[in-house]
Design a protein around this ligand. Sequence first.
Ligand SMILES: *[C@@H]1O[C@H](CO)[C@@H](O)[C@H](O)[C@H]1NC(C)=O
Length: 236
Amino acid sequence: MGLCRFAFFSSSPLILFSSCSSFLGPRTVSISFPNYPLPSANFAHLPFLPKTHFVITKTNIPRAATASSSSSSSSMEAPPQGYRRNVGICLINYSKKIFAASRLDIPSAWQMPQGGIDEGEDPRNAAIRELREETGVNSAEIIAEAPYWLTYDFPPAVREKLNNQWGSDWKGQAQKWFLVKFTGKDEEINLLGDGTEKAEFGEWSWMSADQIVDLAVDFKKPVYKEVLAVFAPHLQ
Ligand SMILES: *[C@@H]1O[C@H](CO)[C@@H](O)[C@H](O)[C@H]1NC(C)=O
C-alpha cells in the first residue's frame, strides 16, 4: 500500500508527478495527459507485493455454505461478509491498453469502471450494465473473469461518506473482476454513460497497467496490482 505519493498536480495540460517508492526502489514518474509521452511500460515487470503484504482477502467458503447460491457467477468462492458486492471492469482496446477515467469528485484519482451488483444479479450482467452506464460502451465482450473475489477496505473517511450515501455499514468492497475487450470505436465512449446514472468521470484515457496502478487511489492499488497480474496473460 501507499506506493506513491502525489507531490504535484496541475491542469492544462495535466501534469502529474508522483514519487513512488516500492521494492523496485524510489523512482519518479511524470505523466502528461492525454497524449502519454511515456515509453510503453512493460507489463511483465509490474511489481508484485510479496503475498504477506496483501491487504486482499481471498475467501475460501464452499459455495454450498453460502446463503445465496442462486447467483450464476462462475466463481467457486463466495464474497466475504460485510463487504459490498461489486464488479470491476478491465476494458482493453485492440492494442491491449486499458481504459481508465478520472473521478469528478477526486480529479487526481483514475480508476477502472466498477459498480455494485444488484440483488440477485449475475455478476457478468452487472459488469456489462455498469460499463454501459458509466462509459456508454455497448460494443464489448467478456474474455476472462478473475477466479476469486478481491476485497479492499475503505479508509475511515471514505467508509463514513459512502455508508451515509448508501445507508449501510460496509467495511469495503468485494469485487469480481472481468476482462472485457472493446470492439467499438473510441467515439462510442461517452462519460455521460447511457444517461441512466449521474456522471462519475471527467476524463478518460487508454493506459498501460503500470500507469493505472500509479494513478489509482492508494487504497485500491493492491487490488489493481492483483487483478492486472491475474489478467496479465491476456495483456501481452
Ligand atoms: C489503444 O490505445 C492506445 C493508447 O491510447 C492507442 O495508441 C491505440 O491506437 C489504441 N488501439 C486501438 C486499436 O484503438
